[in-house]
Design a protein around this ligand. Structure first.
Ligand code: GLN
Length: 197
């Protein structure tokens, strides 16, 4: 049995429970032990091995993190998995941003917010990924328009990158424009594998 790791799910909005359940199931499938906690405070963030940032609304997410005074500290987490608004939060560059919108700027990706259009343009799609075929749900999703040299693509939908990863300075980031927590645990399992290496 490997040592146990502590994984936090940012718990202000979005699929918090779904991410907790997907992570728990992923750990079970991978025979790994981990503690999973909801994160809303500096204390809860302080000794995490990894953080999951769920979807939601990136501008609101930023404000809630700033109000809790954890936005800057999130940059210190070594392993981060962002989905949808979480991906926007990880990105170095965002287009179509709100006035005053900032990101953690950790991952070398350029992201267009709300690139598929309004909420009504949300969609579901079966598609192939490096981890097999999945059912992907896109909810007012962003598009990843550009990636840096060290960013690796794990799946595309038509020509759009929908999930990618980057190892940089000993840190690991995984970013999805869709919501894996709703339909599959394969990416949570993949994320855990990077943490337990
Ligand atoms: N449109 C949202 C944003 O700009 C992201 C949507 C989502 O996380 N499902 O943050």
């Amino acid at each position: 049995m490997t040592n146990s790791k502590k994984i936090g799910v940012l718990a202000f909005q979005g699929d918090v429970l779904e991410h907790i359940n997907a992570t728990r199931q992923a750990a079970k499938n991978s025979n790994l032990t981990c503690g999973i906690i909801e994160v809303r405070t500096k204390e809860q963030l302080s000794d995490l091995d990894a953080l999951i940032i769920p979807g939601g609304e990136s501008t609101v997410l930023q404000k809630l993190c700033e109000r809790a005074n954890i936005f800057e500290d999130m940059k210190k987490i070594k392993n981060i998995f962002g989905t949808c608004a979480g991906t926007i939060t990880l990105a170095k560059t965002i287009n179509n941003k709100e006035v005053g919108q900032r990101t953690l700027g950790l991952m070398d990706i350029e992201v267009d917010r709300n690139a598929y259009g309004r909420q009504a343009e949300s969609f579901e799609q079966d598609l192939d990924t490096k981890l097999g075929r999945i059912h992907a749900i896109f909810i007012r999703a962003p598009k990843i328009k550009k990636i840096g040299n060290s960013v690796k693509i794990l799946a595309k939908n038509d020509n759009e990158i929908i999930i990618c990863e980057q190892k940089v300075n000993g840190n690991y980031y995984l970013a999805a424009t869709f919501h894996p927590e709703l339909t599959t645990t394969v990416f949570h399992e993949y994320f855990l594998r990077q943490i337990y290496i």
